[in-house]
Write a protein that binds this ligand. Structure first.
Ligand code: MN
Length: 232
């Protein structure tokens, strides 16, 4: 048995709908813009951008989130989340659903928007804007064996009961099999990887005390609250 110098970090994991078992997380990939934010927006000219968050940044979605440090513009992005049970390189899109996808969920890509805008201006990396502690929430994952491989369904987010984001999974510019295939040309995907598939229009700021609710038709819904900043 390997002797570790320090206690090995815990395996990050997510709840599974209807089960006490948990889904262990390897890595978190996030897709950039993947919905039209305006009706007259031109079709994308190339593949979408992607970035990562540490798996340890992912929280079960019913947990409250502390307002993060170093921002005055803490923003919600509701997203369809894909969980992989197998990976590989150069995956053919038509084989992705059957070979690689374990299940689906609804999640939040939380963003320090002011830091992201600054990073874009200066051509700097996005990690300070995207990869901070508690920067992703995800509701219990639903096995594809139960929900199938959705092709449509409402995706929505409300803050304090007011609608902020509303779209349909059918509006994705790049579909899930295509996204997984594209990523697999860049990295060797693996079991336990999560993919956040991009957010619809209506992203906006959160304040301490806000209650947010989000869901995807057929995949569940959740509510969370924004707590005051913590020093822990
Ligand atoms: Mn996002």
């Amino acid at each position: 048995m390997t002797h570790f110098i320090i206690q090995p970090p815990p395996v990050p994991s997510l709840a599974v709908a209807g089960s006490s078992a948990r889904f262990p997380l390897a890595r978190v990939f996030c897709i950039g813009r993947n919905y039209r934010w305006q009706a007259d927006e031109p079709a994308p000219t190339g593949p979408p951008s992607w970035f990562m968050k540490p798996a340890s940044a992912v929280l079960d979605a019913h947990e409250p989130v502390h307002y993060p440090p170093q921002t005055r513009d803490f923003c919600h992005e509701v997203e369809w989340v894909v969980a992989l049970s197998a990976g590989g390189r150069d995956l053919p899109a038509q084989e992705v659903e059957a070979r690689c996808i374990w299940g689906y969920g609804v999640g939040l890509d939380l963003t320090r928007r002011d830091l992201q805008q600054e990073a874009k201006r200066q051509g700097q990396p996005w990690e300070p804007a995207k990869a901070f502690d508690q920067s992703a929430l995800c509701a219990p994952l639903v096995p594809a064996a139960q929900c199938g491989h959705p092709k449509q369904g409402a995706i929505w987010l409300e803050v304090n009961g007011r609608q902020r984001q509303q779209a349909d999974l059918a509006d994705l510019l790049f579909g899930v099999p295509e996204l997984v295939a594209l990523l697999s040309r860049s990295v060797r995907l693996q079991a336990g990887d999560l993919i956040f598939t991009g957010t619809p229009a209506g992203v906006g700021p959160l304040q301490v005390g806000d209650t947010l609710s989000a869901g995807i038709e057929g995949l569940g819904a959740f509510s969370s609250t924004v707590l005051a900043p913590t020093k822990e």
